[in-house]
Design a protein around this ligand. Structure first.
Ligand SMILES: Cc1cc2nc3c(=O)[nH]c(=O)nc-3n(C[C@H](O)[C@H](O)[C@H](O)COP(=O)(O)O)c2cc1C
Length: 179
């Protein structure tokens, strides 16, 4: 059975991006998706000293194994200074030092949500541009601006039907891409 790995690129225990990931993953059969919290895999900031002295950190290897065991990715990354978060970039940096491509030629849906009106679009474009270098294939992007107004936290769902349909379409595109 094809399986999707879903996570956010947030280091926050109250992450709005993790909430968006859960809402998106809710459109998949529970047995077809694994939702993880990247904070459960703490990894030291990449250093060649650590790599040469101690090898790959255990959690980087655990994440790498999860990437290998899944067939596609559902990722929501907060925008920090127009770019990717440190915690996700660090995972990418460590994995880039391992054998093979980071996203292993698998399909990816990239999402972002922010309290502001841009919905992380700058970072979404940035990540979508870089994804081929990271070995992933972007099948859809989804941006949710003004999270506090547009997301019903209690229901764990988007308030607007059109946005909800757009999110569903992105998830379905990923389902089709993983085959
Ligand atoms: C260091 C820092 C930089 C940020 N830079 C941006 C930014 O460039 N553009 C933007 O829209 N929001 C920016 N924000 C707001 C974040 O996008 C917002 O905190 C994020 O959506 C929270 O997501 P999370 O709850 O999933 O961690 C920044 C926040 C932090 C802490």
């Amino acid at each position: 059975m094809k399986k999707i790995l879903a996570f956010s690129g947030s280091s926050s225990s109250r992450s709005i991006n993790q909430k968006l990931v859960r809402a998106a993953a809710g459109h998949l059969e529970p047995s077809n998706v694994t939702v993880i919290d990247i904070r459960d895999y703490p990894i030291p900031i990449y250093s060649i000293d650590i790599e040469e002295g101690e090898g790959f950190p255990e959690n980087a290897l655990r994440l790498r194994a999860l990437f290998s065991e899944h067939d596609g990715f559902l990722i929501s990354c907060p925008e920090n200074n127009s770019s990717i978060t440190v915690i996700l970039k660090n995972v990418i940096d460590w994995m880039s030092r391992m054998e093979g491509k980071i996203f292993q030629e698998k399909p990816v849906v990239l999402m972002s949500t922010t309290p502001g009106k841009n919905g992380g679009r700058t970072n979404l474009e940035h990540m979508a541009k870089l994804m081929p270098w990271w070995g992933g294939s972007v099948v859809a992007t989804f941006s949710l601006a003004r999270f506090q107004d547009t997301f019903d936290v209690e229901a764990g769902a988007l308030r607007d039907a059109e946005q909800q349909a757009e999110l569903l379409a992105a998830v379905k595109a990923l389902e089709v891409a993983v085959g």
